[in-house]
Design a protein around this ligand. Structure first.
Ligand SMILES: *Cc1c(COP(=O)(O)O)cnc(C)c1O
Length: 389
């Protein structure tokens, strides 16, 4: 049978039918441990009972109002999310790419209206090997040929510097620079962790130079790294948080831009929006996600499980693995090319009942639901060592 799906993905050949917690079951009844967790959209596991209950409750009330009207669900979500971030205002959107686009528009409007950049000249400094989404503007500053080829002409106004090099970043900033936009840890690039002190220096440099620091925490944020945000690892507070993925609890797409009044206050009615952004169903699920993160238990769990995962993965270095990079319950594992490609290893893992995703050829990412058990993590690493042997 030929597929009617466009071929913009090359999924592993599994058709998932049902899921619960860290496990999924395919149409033949075979079970798999989910070590990708929807690229961290499923931080709390599949169908977390609290999130499903919040969604069900809201389904019985109202699901969509549009922002032409208010909803009872939206303000409580915004209030809780702003508090979680320590900021004043929330601008709700749907997908991560929309949050990034909103962040770019925000940076430009702030640059002209607050900083006083001359018309048409605002620039945003970004990092090489970034992943911020798939819109035409966002791929304009990607360094991945697959993401760009034949999608030009591109949006101007971006300057790329190497990731992790604070001096290069400082040198790229001039009077027309509105913002620096980076992932505090580069997820799609293979869980690339910048040198210690980098985020703190980015914070210092941007504050000194009067430039917004926009942190794309869409994949790194909301518990994954053992803290609420990856920026917390260096005690850094950016001017703007971009959030998505786990904010929707794996139930609905929910993203947001979160910042203080003097930044996010630049938007006036009519200047930006979204039909579905902040809809009552999204707000109800998002509020429950924020409540779950308020106690710090998920962050603590990611920290402890991550340390355990690291202890199990590190001994594989030199045995089919050339490097392991880890932050909380998030690991980039570089596979020795002598063993095979990341994709081949993922196919063998799939046959053994474990779903993981390769990135950039030789890297496999482990980002299981934070609800996974220690014994399940042990089992996952055991499957990996069998496949590598
Ligand atoms: C996934 C991701 C995005 C894009 O999110 P979508 O919901 O797929 O549009 C943006 N930034 C980062 C860091 C991401 O990981």
């Amino acid at each position: 049978m030929t597929s009617h799906l466009a071929r913009n993905y090359a999924p592993l050949p599994v058709d998932i039918d049902t899921a619960e917690g860290a496990w999924v079951t395919d149409v033949t009844g075979k079970r798999y441990l989910d070590m990708l967790a929807g690229y961290s959209a499923l931080n709390f596991g599949h169908r977390h009972p609290g999130l499903i209950a919040a969604a069900r409750e809201q389904l019985g009330r109202v699901t969509l109002t549009s922002r032409a009207f208010g909803s009872a669900a939206l303000e409580p979500f915004a209030e809780a999310l702003a508090a979680l971030c320590g900021k004043d205002l929330v601008l709700p959107m749907n997908t991560g790419a929309e949050a990034v686009e909103t962040g770019i528009k925000l940076a430009r409007a702030w640059g002209y209206r607050v900083k006083g950049i001359p018309a048409g000249r605002a620039k945003v400094v970004v990092a090489a090997n970034n992943f911020h989404g798939r819109t035409t503007t966002i791929v304009s500053f990607s360094s991945d040929p697959d993401a760009r080829e034949d999608f030009d002409p591109f949006t101007p106004g971006f300057v790329t510097v190497p990731f992790g090099d604070a001096d290069a970043l400082a040198a790229a900033i001039d009077d027309d620079t509105a913002a620096v936009l980076i992932e505090p840890i580069q997820g799609e690039a293979g869980v690339i962790i910048p040198p210690e002190g980098y985020l703190a220096r980015v914070r210092e440099i941007t504050a000194e130079r009067g430039v917004l620091f926009i942190a794309d925490e869409i994949q790194s944020g909301l518990g994954r790294v053992g803290e609420t945000f990856a920026c917390d690892r260096e005690g850094v507070v950016p001017d703007v948080y971009l959030l998505g993925k786990a904010l929707g609890g794996g139930v609905v797409p929910v993203s947001a831009v979160v910042a203080d009044e003097e930044v996010l206050g630049v938007f006036e009615p009519g200047q930006h929006g979204s039909t579905f952004g902040g809809n009552p169903l999204a707000a109800a699920v998002g509020l429950e996600v924020v409540r779950m993160l308020e106690t710090g238990e998920w962050q603590e769990r990611a920290r402890l499980l991550g340390e355990h995962l690291g202890e199990k993965l590190d001994p594989l270095i030199g045995h089919g693995v050339t490097a392991v990079r880890r932050a909380g319950l998030w690991a980039g594992i570089d596979i020795d090319p002598a063993i095979g490609t990341g994709r081949e290893v993922c196919e063998h893992l799939m046959a053994r009942g474990l779903l993981a995703k390769d990135t950039h050829g030789q890297t496999i990412r482990f980002a299981p639901p934070l609800s996974i058990r220690t014994t399940e993590l042990d089992w996952a690493v055991e499957q990996l060592s069998i496949v590598l042997a």
